[in-house]
Design a protein around this ligand. Structure first.
Ligand SMILES: NC(=O)C1=CN([C@@H]2O[C@H](COP(=O)(O)OP(=O)(O)OC[C@H]3O[C@@H](n4cnc5c(N)ncnc54)[C@H](OP(=O)(O)O)[C@@H]3O)[C@@H](O)[C@H]2O)C=CC1
Ligand SMILES: O=C(CO)COP(=O)(O)O
Length: 313
């Protein structure tokens, strides 16, 4: 299977490093003047089997394309290049919901590339961990079981262990929604509200994730897998997570570098809009959207969550 990775940020670069254990990989980025060490992934030198290019046409020679662009960048990218990607195996790795369309990456890909086979690669994995060769387990989701099995084998390495599922909706939504809850967890810790409050946010956040995802067609057991609970656990508890750190800065009223990729901020707004459309109750996501937009203070947000009507668990 010939593989190109589209998007040379931290994650695309880390995947290129990992997959080069299996053979040649092409990594495409729009700005690759950095040579063999990407400043988005400091301390990692690309191994020889990774070819870096800014020539999209050259990257599209591969039959399998891994898309490692931020979720909100995917739709504009497909507007420009969708037809050129069609007919391939397309494996999305972005974790988010498009703010304009209120759909996940798989739907965007299916619309832009109707003849492609769509999959997602998701789960608990920091780019720096993968690039260092630390053991990592991920979910490969593809509605077509045969393609899913082929991708599972092609993208696994001795230290990157892929589980497979045909529940693309569940895997994709788990990865998108956990970022929203990670921001909330960061807010709790940044504001000094304590580990008990964080455990409450993780648990009630997981209930929200499951409620929305199953409403949109996900299988409940997918949410308890690596792509849901697994990634939620990682992102809500590690300061390596940008979503967690963004929330922490909000909670602590600290400065934040707005150029950092924080998928959960836009996704919280998308989730709030989706929940309103569907009549679903998503109080934590709504609060994260309000906090990220500066519409509510941290004190007020905590108060609003704590004083909601008492209910069964
Ligand atoms: N980092 C991680 O640990 C993990 C990330 N992910 C997911 O991977 C996705 C990408 O994240 P990550 O790599 O960390 O992000 P980064 O912020 O490290 O990099 C984003 C990359 O996307 C490129 N980019 C943005 N817009 C476009 C565009 N329109 N066309 C071409 N390239 C574009 C940027 O290019 P330029 O430099 O030119 O601006 C940059 O190289 C996210 O959805 C994230 O949730 C998933 C698992 C782990
Ligand atoms: O998705 C990730 C880990 O699985 C990366 O999380 P952040 O984008 O919050 O850094």
């Amino acid at each position: 299977m010939t593989i190109s990775i589209l998007g040379a940020g931290a994650f695309g670069t880390a995947l290129a490093v990992a997959l080069s254990a299996n053979g040649p990989v092409t990594l495409w980025g729009r700005s690759i003047g950095w040579g063999r060490e990407n400043p988005r992934l400091p301390g990692v030198t690309l191994p020889a089997p990774v070819a870096v290019t800014d020539d999209l046409g050259a990257a599209l020679a591969a039959g399998t394309l891994l898309l490692a662009l931020p979720a909100q960048a995917l739709r504009p990218f497909l507007d420009d290049h969708g037809p050129a990607l069609d007919g391939r195996r397309l494996v999305n790795t972005a974790k988010g919901i498009d703010l304009d369309r209120l759909t996940g990456p798989a739907q965007l890909l299916a619309e832009a590339c109707p003849a492609a086979t769509i999959a997602t690669l998701t789960g608990p994995s920091f780019a720096a961990d993968i690039a260092r060769g630390l053991p990592t387990a991920l979910t490969l989701a593809c509605a077509d079981a045969e393609t899913g099995r082929a991708l599972q084998h092609a993208l696994s390495t001795p230290v990157l262990r892929l589980y497979r599922t045909t529940d693309l909706t569940g895997a994709e939504l788990g990865g998108a929604l956990k970022n929203v809850i990670a921001i909330a967890a960061g807010v709790v810790i940044g504001a000094g509200l304590g580990d008990s409050a964080r455990a409450a946010i993780i648990t009630r956040g997981f209930a929200e994730m499951t409620r929305l995802a199953t409403r949109l067609g996900a299988r409940p057991e997918t949410l308890t897998g690596l792509s849901g609970l697994g990634d939620l656990t990682l992102t809500c508890t590690s300061p390596q997570s940008r979503n967690f750190r963004f929330g922490h800065a909000l909670g602590a009223a600290a400065d934040w570098d707005a150029t950092t990729t924080v998928e959960g901020a836009a996704t919280a707004r998308a989730v709030a809009a989706l929940a309103a459309r569907l009549g679903e109750d998503m109080p934590i996501a709504a609060m994260v959207a309000a906090l990220a937009e500066g519409r509510v203070s941290v004190d007020k947000a905590a108060d609003m969550l704590m004083t909601r009507p008492l209910k069964e668990e």
